[in-house]
Design a protein around this ligand. Structure first.
Ligand code: ADP
Length: 594
């Protein structure tokens, strides 16, 4: 549009300027020359007047000749610039009249006559004609100028009209683009924005209907393809998810364990067939309902939910079996509580989304365990009598009153005695364990003086310590209070720890046994400087039958387990600290008698 306006304006300006230049050249020059012609003609006439009417000396031939040449010069100029109609005739008339005028004066001059009547008679008519012809020439050109000026005016008007029309048209086009073009661009963009928002809100049926072949059309086509794929993806995913959910539901339902899932609001989200049997409910009746509310009427669920918030730490496993009456039979279940955490898309910290309670039926194992315990109790009880009789007979054999034994026989009897002692310890431990497991252990809690306890232990452990030339240092604080304990069980624990210390120490080493008052309870410690125990086994050694891999398999692996039971039953704690190569320290606490 700008170029168009520039071309139109330029064309007219060029047109006007070239026309006015032509006019200047064609007519204005002639008008100028006409002016000089009249001026020089008048001066020629004036000289002639001088010649006729004044004294002779006042006629100036030089001025006269000068004006003649000026006249001739301009006459030539107008002759060379003939542009108008009739100009040619005027000029040739002018030339002949002018020549007549001049030759008349020359003729008079040559005769030497300067009669003024001659001036009026012979010169003035030619002069007037010449003058008139110059005026005519001037008029012709002035008329031409006026005519051409009119034409220029017309052209200027035309230019004004053309430029105005072109300007208006350009303005209208620009206004159209200004008003409607942006909307043409923004409308698809607005539509696209709206559709993208719909897609973000999971409305994948959203489509764009721009069929233009430009970039917007291409964007719309790409958008529609994306929406269609998302739609397809969503639906295929949903059906797959539903299928997978069904598969998992079926697996959970078919599992032998009872499984109950709660969401973060403690509502039941699933309960498999076994869990429903245990709870004695129908799944559809409890799904989506608040577990604590149902537990207020369902005793079994109440037991299952018991203390859950405190037991949802990572990998919590409960060892104490739950005793549940189901189908009129007592069944035992182990309860495992799994904390379910997920990390949402785009977030970093996992959030708790519920818990899963897994109930394992352990009735069968407990029945078997009970049978084993009973068997162990019977066997160890039955073995105790023959072992005691063996020990008695060995004692008799060793008695000099029965007969002197030679050196070898004495050694054999000594070995038999030590083995029978071991057998007695093992059977006692087994019996103790059986009693513990069946709950048939009774504690005789009373006031126990630690010094008495230490004196008793000193005697019993002296023999073993001597065998390995080990020194046992008993250290007690002054004014140590008495403790509230079962002296027999505590003595068992202490001598078990000392026996272990002797067993796992090198010959000629030291053992420290101490008791001290700490934070209102008495802490017992047995320290050896033997091989030590790896950190990872420090808790496991208190489990039944556990022995540190690679250690001498002399014992049963029961001593520490029994000790732990004895101490915890007396409201104390037992633990071990150790450093490989430097020895171990075993601690247990007992409450102070008050
Ligand atoms: P055991 O009859 O095998 O000694 P315990 O229950 O008394 O059974 O001990 C369990 C295991 O702990 C032992 O087999 C041994 O590996 C380890 N243990 C116990 N006391 C010590 C100790 N003082 N030094 C090194 N290892 C020890």
């Amino acid at each position: 549009m700008i170029v168009l306006l520039w071309l139109i304006g330029g064309y007219f300006i060029y047109n006007l300027s070239s026309r006015s230049a032509a006019m200047l050249k064609e007519n204005y020059q002639t008008v100028e020359s006409a002016k000089f012609l009249i001026q020089s003609l008048d001066k020629i006439k004036n000289q002639q007047i001088q010649y006729f009417f004044s004294s002779e000396g006042q006629f100036n031939q030089t001025v006269y000749s000068q004006n003649l040449s000026i006249f001739n010069k301009h006459l030539k100029a107008v002759e060379n610039n003939i542009t108008e109609e009739g100009e040619q005739e005027i000029i040739s008339d002018l030339k002949s009249v002018y020549n007549n005028y001049l030759s008349a004066f020359e003729r008079i001059q040559n005769t030497g006559n300067n009669n003024s009547a001659q001036f009026f008679k012979e010169l003035i008519p030619d002069y007037t004609l010449t003058h008139n012809l110059i005026v005519k020439l001037w008029d012709t050109n002035m008329n031409a100028i006026s005519h051409k000026n009119g034409l220029l005016k017309n052209t200027a008007n035309k230019a004004f009209i053309m430029i105005s029309i072109a300007g208006t048209v350009c303005f209208l086009i620009a206004a159209y683009f200004f008003l409607f073009f942006p909307r043409n661009i923004t409308r698809p963009l607005t539509e696209l924005t709206r559709s993208i928002k719909e897609i973000a809100n999971r409305n994948y049926s959203q489509r764009l209907n721009f069929h233009s072949r430009d970039e917007i059309g291409e964007v719309a086509a790409a958008f529609n393809t994306m929406a269609a794929k998302l739609d397809e993806y969503e639906h295929s995913n949903l059906s797959e998810l539903l299928f997978e959910k069904k598969r998992i539901d079926t697996i959970i339902n078919n599992m032998k364990d009872g499984i109950i899932g709660l969401n973060e609001k403690d509502e039941i989200i699933f309960s498999n067939t076994n869990a429903c049997e245990i709870l004695n409910v129908v799944e559809s009746e409890i799904l989506g309902k608040s577990a604590p509310e149902i537990a207020s009427e369902n005793q079994v669920l109440k037991v299952l939910l018991n203390d859950i918030p405190n037991k949802t730490k990572e990998g919590y496993k409960e060892f104490k079996p739950l005793r549940i009456l189901s189908d009129k039979k007592i069944k035992y279940y182990s309860r495992e509580i799994l904390n379910v955490k997920i990390t949402k898309t785009g977030e970093k910290a996992p959030i708790r989304v519920g818990v899963v309670i897994v109930l394992k039926n352990i009735t069968h194992f407990l029945e078997q365990d009970e049978a084993k315990t009973n068997f162990m109790a019977t066997i160890s009880h039955e073995l105790k009598t023959p072992i005691s009789s063996m020990r008695l007979n060995l004692k008799l054999l060793d008695d000099k009153r029965i007969g002197e034994l030679n050196k070898e026989q004495k050694e054999i009897v000594g070995a038999l005695k030590s083995e029978s002692n071991k057998m007695l310890t093992i059977t006692s431990e087994l019996l103790d364990l059986a009693r513990l497991e069946t709950g048939n252990i009774t504690l005789n809690i009373q006031k126990v003086d630690i010094k008495d306890l230490f004196n008793y232990i000193k005697e019993t452990s002296a023999n073993q310590a001597q065998e390995k030339s080990i020194n046992i240092h008993f250290q007690t604080e002054l004014n140590l209070p008495t403790v509230l304990a079962d002296s027999e069980k505590t003595a068992f624990t202490l001598s078990n720890l000392i026996n272990n210390a002797i067993r796992y120490s090198d010959e000629k080493s030291e053992i420290i046994v101490s008791a001290s008052l700490q934070n209102g309870e008495v802490v017992f410690m047995v320290q050896d400087f033997g091989k030590g125990i790896e950190n990872r086994y420090l808790e496991k050694i208190f489990e039944k039958y556990f022995q540190v891999p690679g250690s001498e398999k002399q014992g049963t692996g029961l001593g520490l387990a029994i000790s732990k039971e004895f101490i915890t039953k007396q409201n104390g704690r037992i633990w071990a600290e150790s450093e490989i190569g430097k020895g171990s320290r075993f601690f247990f606490t007992l409450p102070v008698y008050s």
